[in-house]
Design a protein around this ligand. Structure first.
Ligand SMILES: [Zn+2]
Length: 160
């Protein structure tokens, strides 16, 4: 069963407001989000979340957050567009892991940011807890994707 409130208040609104790319058919990110939505009823209890995941072609964007939205907004999630290049299984884990952070937030304050090239973040208690919760929902942590790490490092080097 799809948790209607999360789907409507978070996923569909993220698309309508332009935060979440769905410009092409068969988006790996969107499919992963919908899959995790179907599987995890707990998401229904979350305050509205905005999922920000732009298309590759978006070089930058400035988006206002109307007061009406920000007052009710529980959290904000960023999903890297490179997830489009991942397998569906890996993409689902990334989505579940970020949503696990939101579910755990009341118990574990301070959200953390995942930098692919940062080995230290993997052993941070918040990261381990998010992995554990995602795994309890049935999404197993995939092994490190070396080629994706290399691509991310190249992009970072090119930017400096
Ligand atoms: Zn994390």
């Amino acid at each position: 069963m799809i948790p209607q409130s999360f789907l409507e208040q978070s996923v569909i609104r993220s698309i309508r407001e332009g935060w979440l790319d769905r410009t092409h058919e068969g988006s790996v990110r969107l499919n992963a989000i919908l899959y995790v939505c179907c599987k995890v009823d707990e998401l229904n209890e979350l305050p509205p979340v905005r999922i920000f995941s732009p298309a590759f072609k978006v070089m930058g964007c400035a988006m206002g957050i109307p007061e009406k939205i920000s007052r009710n907004l529980g959290a904000f999630i960023y999903l890297n567009p490179l997830i489009e290049l991942c397998s569906p299984r890996r993409a689902r884990f990334y989505v579940a892991h970020e949503l696990a952070h939101i579910v755990l937030a009341p118990k574990m304050p301070r959200c953390s940011t995942a930098f692919l090239s940062d080995a230290a973040y993997k052993n941070h208690p918040n990261e381990l807890a998010a992995d554990k919760l995602a795994e309890s929902w049935g999404f197993k942590r995939p092994k490190t994707n070396v080629s994706q790490l290399r691509l991310a490092r190249k992009l970072e080097e090119a930017a400096t």
